[in-house]
Ligand binder design. Structure first.
Ligand code: BTN
Length: 253
């Protein structure tokens, strides 16, 4: 299979959000693997309506167009594949001891170094296209306001930073590998995600959603990518990514 990811790489100095641009391109027929990279975002978005701090030249702000031939129900595995690809890139070329918080926050030293926002266009049961937006903190020496104590960067963790254009080379290679695996052999993504996450098993968590909060102990991922949590009466619940907040209880913070 020849590599598609990044064969079309559109680079911008300043955009509102690379996800917006990539969605417009996908809707007007851009090919799978097309990437949008910006030096700065003026309205970078995170999950659950949060913003994503995107100062010029300090982070990787990347969106990737995907057109997987899978049912919508399986799309969570693609999100997990993104987190696996980022975690491996930070581990092997850069030697960082990463962790993954379900579903797709990549952490180092318990702080967030990367976030992933997948936005999909759905037709019936079919996924028309998805945009995987990846934000990696590369050169920030500190963070503003409410993320000051919860975010970190490659610079803070290793004492050096690298340009986004350099970081994406190994990243795109791994993203393509894990994306193909997600569409052909999703169980391998689940196994790898579990290996890379201290949250996967035996982690006490509190899950908050509009239906209320539950506390329990994690027990791996289901084949669909849902997080399995065992609650006090022994019942196992499958938590589907979406509007849930997950918080590790106790030492893990
Ligand atoms: C999160 O953890 O809440 C997800 C953050 C995703 C941020 C990236 S940066 C590139 C792309 N464009 C956006 O507006 N968001 C994503």
């Amino acid at each position: 299979m020849t590599s598609k990811f990044g064969s079309t790489l559109l680079q911008y100095d300043r955009v509102s959000s690379t996800n917006d641009l990539a969605s417009e391109l996908a809707a007007s027929g851009a090919d799978e693997g097309t990437c949008v990279l910006a030096r700065e975002q003026t309205a970078g978005r995170g999950r659950q309506g949060r913003s994503w701090s995107s100062p010029a030249g300090e982070g990787l702000y990347l969106s990737l167009i995907l057109k997987p031939e899978i049912k919508v129900a399986w799309s969570s595995v693609i999100t997990l594949a993104g987190a696996v690809a980022v975690a491996e890139t930070l581990r092997f070329p850069f030697g960082l001891p990463t962790d993954i918080k379900w579903p797709n926050d990549v952490l180092v030293s318990g702080r967030k170094l990367c976030g992933i926002l997948v936005e999909s266009a759905i037709e019936g049961e079919r996924l028309d296209y998805a945009v995987m937006g990846i934000g990696v903190n590369l050169g920030q020496a500190s963070f503003p306001g409410e993320i000051a104590d919860t975010a970190t960067s490659l610079l803070i963790e290793t004492g050096r930073s690298i340009p986004a254009e350099v970081f994406i080379v190994p990243l795109l290679e791994r993203l393509e590998y894990w994306y193909r695996t997600a569409t052909t052999n999703p169980d391998r993504v689940i196994v790898r995600w579990e290996e890379l996450s201290s949250y996967a098993r035996g982690c006490p968590v509190r899950i908050e959603s509009i239906d209320g909060a539950i506390e329990g102990i994690t027990d791996g991922l289901a084949a669909s990518g849902a997080l399995i949590v065992e609650i006090a009466n022994g019942e196992k619940r499958e938590i589907v990514s979406g509007d849930v907040r997950i918080r590790a209880l106790g030492a893990q913070g």
